[in-house]
Ligand binder design. Sequence first.
Ligand code: SF4
Length: 651
Amino acid sequence: MHARIEAEFTGRGPILTNLPRYEKRGGQLEMALAVADALTSETNLMVEAGTGIGKSFAYLVPLIYWTLKEGRKAVVATGTKVLQNQLVAKDLPFLADHSDIPFKFEVLYGQENFFCRRRAGMVAQYGLFDDPDQASELERIATWASQESGVFEDYQEPISPGLKGQISRRSEACLRRNCTYYVECPYYRKRRAAEQADIIVINHLLFFAHLESAGKLLPEFGAAVFDEAQRLEQVAASYFGVRLTSIGLSLLCSRIYNPRRGSGIAPKLPGFPALKPKLRALIEETRLAADNFFMNIANLLKPYETKKRIRAAGCVPNDLEQPLDDLSGFLFEKAKDTDDENLSFELISLGDRVSVAKGAVVSFLDMADANSVYWIEASDRNDRVSIHSALIDVSEMMRNSVWNQSWTNILTSATLTVGKRFDFTAERIGFKGRTLWIGSPFDYEQNALTYVGHDLVSPKHEAWAERMPQRVGELLKVSEGRALVLFTSYATLNKTVEALEEEVSKKHTVLVQGRTSRNVLLDEFRFDTSSVLFATTSFWEGVDIPGESLVMLVITRLPFEVPDDPRAEAILEGYRRQGKEPFTAYQLPLSVLRFRQGIGRLIRRDDDYGVIAVLDSRIVKRAYGRLFLDSMPPAPVVFNLLEVQRFFENH
Ligand code: SF4
């Protein structure tokens, strides 16, 4: 296997030489050989592969050789849909077309992404629509599903969210082999295809759902690759928590029975008139208890708060558990009594969801898990209130349920290290195994420049918010727009846009996060090559804009975790209890990782060039700034705008 890999990544193999822009990259071969070693020795491996290595091929090629040699399956789990699509629509088809050994791959999604013909038939039969237009919408979807994949992902039009929830697969409402549509069912067709595949592409969430289902969702596999592994901790922490919203619970009640409109599933039951008084009372009791529960929750927030950590059990009276229990019990009982199989399964499904809501309420109020953090959220007008929990420390769970299992794990990402060390990431997710760092092959010394606004006051100083926008304006003049300006808060973003928009928009299109969807913003930014995009948290990663549209990346402030985030706060407390200094042990390394994700937006291809402008002078004035500087790509560092100007004149 190693000889074939070596031949492949040195331009002597049958596959990669067919790539239109393929160039030999030392780092790619090094990574591919390390992945092959890990697979053959069954040792877990974590690889940081700098941007431009071509890491997906560096793990896919050895994975293909290994699956075929061993006759075992591998799963590849991604953190984002973008990468999942790239693997399934580009990389794997290319490898399948050019590989000298045949292999099969398949993509699997969560069950909510699959059209369920049985449930859809029932919705149509009983007219369970939120509005009459949904009848024709469902007809179009059903026709499409009968001819195409039946995976909503592939449907070209938007689907009404209420309808989608009613016609997608739900485990507890699925008849499985007893279903009339089992053979052509999109979900089982995919499952059967996955059984035949060598490589199965999923996302991180589905991997955790597989763990939670005690290994029932995926076929048996011998290797798991986690790409975008920097996201694993957050995904695991929220997956194993709870979330219940006032709106979700209200909608669930309406699906069962809405006495005012006479709608919901219940009126379709034979003998409904006899059940009506009891069900009406149950629904009204549940709604009243839910209203009180969420009102009490909202009252725990001060007028200016939208989020608050809950520190003691029983923060509000538990008057909701019993009505939810009564309601689910009633639904399960009626499910047994009805002869209509479709209605019966739908009642079971609704009863199950009510039961899950009850579990969330109990778990939230009891706060029995010392390794979970609990909090509440509400919209400004308190019309959307929710309760939440998440795991604080996922390391032990990950160690027991993932790293110490029988399969081999490969983790990769462009940002896993702090100062080229894996300690922080490995500790956060409890990873045990080999680590490998491979730098980016891009020529940062020639093609990039780091500018530091060293003369600006610290962002902790009030004057920074006044002076920083002015410096952004100066940088945008030098780069002639073509910039992504990253913030750590909406408040500063809005103030900066307010200060600059009039002037900047005379020459460039000004794009601002929040004014339209992320995809539309990124498309406009990509196609309007002199535009400027002002954005915050979610744009620090996953933005891939090569070429002239992005030659100036402004990091306005070092991205330290907001200390009032409940989970971050709980993590900091944990470090304090262990006698560790939370800033050094957690906030600083986490901030360095985010900073690296941000600066990774600039150079995406070997012919890209540009300036990283850091407007947080703490990077050179505070001792910890060294860790940020040491984690940056090797571009020359300058402190003068004239040098930035000279850089652009030369490129
Ligand atoms: S097998 Fe399950 S998911 Fe598929 S159509 Fe039947 S009930 Fe729906």
